[in-house]
Design a protein around this ligand. Structure first.
Ligand code: ATP
Ligand code: MG
Length: 422
């Protein structure tokens, strides 16, 4: 992609209202634009990152046998009246009335719709286990939308819903999602911590939040430093048994972890998994015939990931004072190609043509060298190929690793071979 033909509205100055680094950089690097409080438009570069995150999630969910559907944003209040949550959910719900006067709402979550989706068709234990997911926009009228996409009012979530015939089945589904979440977050370059969580108004008794460590996180985590070692093994039972909680669950009296082994850090919640038994299946009459011929309410769980929040969380985890440093797996483009002067256009064009255009963002604009360098650092593509005057006589370009800052001179052909995936 040529910047000259692209839409990349970057900002030089940090916006005064943006307090945390991910919010500043996501505005400055031209990833998002605020449309209303807590409501954002995704600009081309931000959208590419969002899609990459989505696709990692989609790929791992599919590999775990979870099936993708798409449920609507706008939901009828009647389903929430059935589950009993309509009056309890509170002010975060955005109420809508249609032209016939029917109560509707913009979905803050989808337990009711998911339960309704399967209740008429899944009737036997033979149809289970079943786990469905979708990636869909939510609306929660947060009291204090802040930190950009980290706490928006409209935000993108991956939410999955599992249905099982008994507790044992539900526990398997839960553990599978726990494991899948670790894979998903690791693929994005993140180190997740799974903390035991309060089940809150959603009910039930098995719940974990996944956090990443960041100074700007809204929660304080207390966890056994053995967690990181065990993360490698992906052994879910051991991971679940290790002491790891957020501040609301931390009790120094029951915490048996020796002081020197207990880490205390701020965390950003990027995912949350719940088991809640028959909380919805019972009032909404979602039951199946069990193996011994009884009619039983399905055991359900739900599993969320903050897809749009992850864009901010990843920036919090990977940046320096010059800008974002995208992990390759989510980067909007893999390579930034910088043409430093018109004299080298032929060489730079040659490199651009040899590589895949959706992997390269080509700075072929006429701006100053300083502007080009700082813009490329700000948007944080993992690799930069810098074409300067050495390209003319010596056939040499510079290849820079954005994360380490390391710069290597390479022959043009060598650089093309290094990055070619054609
Ligand atoms: P929080 O405690 O941060 O308000 P939550 O517990 O209400 O989140 P869940 O209902 O568990 O959120 O939603 C699943 C995931 O969706 C969360 O783990 C988080 O990553 C993301 N999420 C929740 N609320 C928001 C929001 N307002 N903006 C962006 N992402 C959000
Ligand atoms: Mg939560």
């Amino acid at each position: 992609m040529r910047i000259f033909k692209y839409y990349l509205p970057t900002l030089k100055e940090k916006p005064a209202h943006a307090k945390i680094i991910s919010h500043q950089y996501s505005l400055r690097a031209g990833l998002i634009k605020q449309t209303a409080s807590g409501i954002y438009s995704w600009l081309p570069l931000g959208l590419l990152v969002l899609k990459n995150i989505e696709n990692i999630i989609r790929d791992e969910m599919n590999k775990s046998g979870v099936i993708e559907v798409l449920m609507p944003c706008v939901q009828p209040a009647s389903l929430w009246r059935e589950s009993g949550r309509y009056d309890d959910y509170g002010k975060e719900m955005l109420h809508i009335k249609d032209r016939h006067g029917s109560d509707m709402l913009f979905g803050p979550t989808h337990e009711e719709v998911a339960t309704d989706l399967i209740r008429d068709t899944v009737r036997s234990y033979k149809d289970l286990p079943l786990c469905l997911y979708h990636i869909q926009w939510k609306f929660r009228d947060e009291v204090r939308p802040r930190y950009g996409v980290m706490r928006g009012r409209e935000f993108l979530m991956k939410d999955a819903y599992s249905f099982d015939v008994d507790y044992e089945g539900a526990l398997n589904s839960y553990n599978l999602m726990y494991k899948t979440y670790i894979k998903i977050f690791k693929r994005m370059g993140l180190t997740p911590i799974g903390v035991r969580a309060d089940t809150g108004p959603i009910g039930g008794n098995l719940s974990h939040e996944f956090h990443i460590l960041a100074n700007t996180g809204e929660s304080t985590l207390y966890y056994d430093n053995k967690f990181s070692e065990l993360l490698e093994s992906e052994d879910v039972e051991s991971l679940k048994n290790i002491y790891a909680v957020a501040d609301d669950m931390h009790d120094p009296k029951t915490c048996l972890v020796p002081q020197e082994q207990l880490n205390v850090s701020k965390g950003i919640e990027i995912g949350h998994i719940f088991y809640f038994g028959d909380k919805y299946s019972k009032p909404m009459k979602a039951s199946v015939t069990s193996q011994d011929g009884k009619n039983v309410n399905m055991h359900m769980g739900s599993y969320g990931i903050g897809v749009s929040r992850l864009v901010g969380a990843i920036i919090e985890a990977f940046h320096d004072d010059k800008g974002i440093i995208w992990p390759e797996a989510v980067a909007p483009f893999r390579i930034g190609l910088i043409n430093l002067q018109t004299k080298v256009t032929e060489a730079a064009d040659k490199i651009y043509k040899a590589l895949k255009s959706d992997e390269v963002l080509y700075d072929d604009t006429e701006g100053s060298i300083g502007v080009k360098f700082s813009r490329m650092d700000l948007i944080g593509l993992p690799w930069q190929i810098i074409v300067g005057k050495k390209a003319i006589n010596e056939n040499i370009v510079e290849v820079k690793n954005r994360a380490t800052g390391e710069v290597k001179e390479m022959q043009i052909e060598e650089a093309i071979n290094r990055f070619s995936t054609k």
